[in-house]
Design a protein around this ligand. Structure first.
Ligand SMILES: *[C@@H]1O[C@H](CO)[C@@H](O)[C@H](O)[C@H]1NC(C)=O
Ligand SMILES: *[C@@H]1O[C@H](CO)[C@@H](O)[C@H](O)[C@H]1NC(C)=O
Ligand SMILES: *[C@@H]1O[C@H](CO)[C@@H](O)[C@H](O)[C@H]1NC(C)=O
Ligand SMILES: *[C@@H]1O[C@H](CO)[C@@H](O)[C@H](O)[C@H]1NC(C)=O
Ligand SMILES: *[C@@H]1O[C@H](CO)[C@@H](O)[C@H](O)[C@H]1NC(C)=O
Ligand SMILES: *[C@@H]1O[C@H](CO)[C@@H](O)[C@H](O)[C@H]1NC(C)=O
Length: 422
């Protein structure tokens, strides 16, 4: 491995920034002359202004969080309109794959300097990566975190209903880092001086409901210490459409709703989870030392009150009990076991538990991303649970008390997750 010095000279991004600045000036002028719109306080922030005014990736996710489709927003008709058409869903998948391919794509090298030679690398985060079918609602753009100077490529929805400050489509947010993959050059492998990207995929399926989890996910994703590969955040609160999902049967007394991406397979969040899993497998798989699919969740303080952080891989209790605690306690090295130990270290006053040392029932056995990651085919995730034989250990579901997902402890999480992966 040879380390290259790496300087970003991003002419394309600069002219895009200039264009979008001009556009913003133009729109601001329009707003000031339009009394009616200007009086609406929500209009002062739009998803695009979040991109320009946020200084860190956490600020950005926090700013965009307000456009999460709110509770009870959808009727059957408006939900159907917001859902992707088959063509759009393909475009969503293609765009996500395009973003994941940034930096790993082989080709002429750009912006790289080796012994005074300049090369072209196809790592520009440009609107070209956005599938044409999504252009009416989505954008792909570079966002640089000013605290770390790390550039990211972000896929986000730019369209909102200003009166309700809600996304029009609500499919979610996806981001990848731009700085951190090994590159192949002139027959040699080089690693850019930024920390090498791990195959860690971070997600938050329950924005606003599991408060703080999108921001926490963004903090972990954005940290150069972790070097995560992707960030996925849902765009709808889980009860945006209160109707019962036809996917996972609802427990007594509550609905798993149609807009809950952990339990409904028609959510674009679920498709995105499939896309990035398939992409990861195409890179040679998901080795336990460097790779995992991590979902951040939040629980109320009275649910499993002594489990400050409860980690599980999505195995059901029955399968787990039948197999005594072997999956979580055997000698096989699994990222979830390392993460538990690291969490215990950084949070010595709190409890970081696994199903093998807690009776907490939030084991995520109904989580469809967990089921899929643990070997169930996408078309069967609504009906079939995984089991200890199938479980890959690549899925890490994290339930947390409110204190554990507060901004004050983001750094501790970064420490624990960075220490978990090689
Ligand atoms: C890099 O790409 C740009 C635009 O595609 C081109 O103008 C330039 O000549 C290329 N540089 C090298 C060193 O190939
Ligand atoms: C649960 O779903 C059913 C069927 O879709 C619906 O009629 C009902 O209103 C929902 N219940 C709640 C509490 O939202
Ligand atoms: C995404 O597109 C690729 C390439 O066409 C395809 O192989 C894959 O099955 C698609 N994945 C999803 C989740 O749609
Ligand atoms: C940790 O677990 C123990 C045993 O269940 C309990 O007594 C203690 O209160 C818990 N600590 C926290 C911070 O919840
Ligand atoms: C686990 O699930 C697979 C697929 O449904 C099944 O073939 C296998 O028998 C199951 N194993 C156990 C131990 O239940
Ligand atoms: C229990 O786990 C062992 C080893 O992980 C596996 O071989 C066995 O099939 C599992 N049994 C069940 C019932 O899941």
């Amino acid at each position: 491995m040879v380390l290259l010095n790496w300087t970003k000279i991003s002419g394309g991004a600069k002219s895009a920034l200039l264009l979008s600045t001009l556009f913003r000036i133009a729109s601001a002028t329009t707003l000031e002359t339009s009394q009616q719109i200007f009086q609406d306080t929500h209009i002062q922030t739009t998803p695009s202004t979040c991109l320009s005014k946020s200084s860190t990736i956490v600020d950005l996710v926090d700013c965009l969080d307000i456009f999460t489709v709110p509770p009870g927003f959808y009727t059957p008709e408006s939900y159907d309109l917001a859902q992707p058409t088959p063509e759009e869903l393909k475009g969503w998948n293609r765009t996500i794959l395009n973003l994941l391919d940034l930096d790993v794509r082989q080709g002429p090298l750009n912006n790289a300097r080796v012994g005074g030679w300049a090369y072209n690398i196809t790592d520009e985060c440009t609107p070209v990566l956005l599938d044409a079918s999504l252009k009416a609602n989505f954008d792909v753009t570079t966002f640089t975190d000013r605290s770390t100077q790390r550039p990211f490529c972000v896929l986000y929805e730019h369209t909102i209903y200003t009166s309700q400050s809600s996304y029009v489509r609500g499919w979610g947010l996806f981001a990848v880092p731009l700085d951190s993959d090994p590159i192949f050059l002139l027959g040699y492998d080089y690693t850019i001086t930024q920390p090498s990207s791990q195959a860690i995929h971070i997600s938050a399926p329950h924005p606003q409901f599991d408060r703080g989890t999108p921001q926490q996910a963004a903090a972990v994703f954005g940290s150069p210490k972790v070097g995560a590969k992707s960030l996925l955040i849902a765009g709808r609160i889980r009860m945006a459409f209160k109707e019962k999902t036809g996917c996972i049967p609802s427990p007594k007394g509550m609905n798993y709703t149609k807009t809950d991406p952990a339990h409904d397979d028609a959510q674009p969040f679920f498709t995105a989870s499939l896309s990035l899993y398939e992409w990861q497998m195409a890179q040679g798989g998901c080795p336990p030392s460097t790779c995992a699919f991590i979902q951040f969740h939040g629980k109320g303080p009275s649910t499993c009150p002594t489990d400050t952080m409860f980690l599980s891989t999505g195995l059901g209790m029955s399968s787990f009990r039948r197999n005594s605690s072997s999956w979580y306690t055997d000698s096989i090295d699994r990222p979830i076991k390392r993460l538990q130990q690291n969490l215990k270290q950084v949070f010595p006053d709190w409890n970081a538990t696994l199903p093998s040392d807690s009776t907490c029932s939030l084991v995520a056995a109904n989580n469809i991303v967990g089921r899929f990651t643990n070997g169930i085919k996408p078309e069967r995730v609504c009906r079939e649970a995984s089991n200890a034989t199938l479980a890959t250990g690549q899925f890490i579901h994290i339930e947390q008390a409110p204190v554990a997902r507060a901004a004050e402890v983001h750094e501790k999480w970064i420490e624990a997750i960075a220490a978990t992966f090689a």
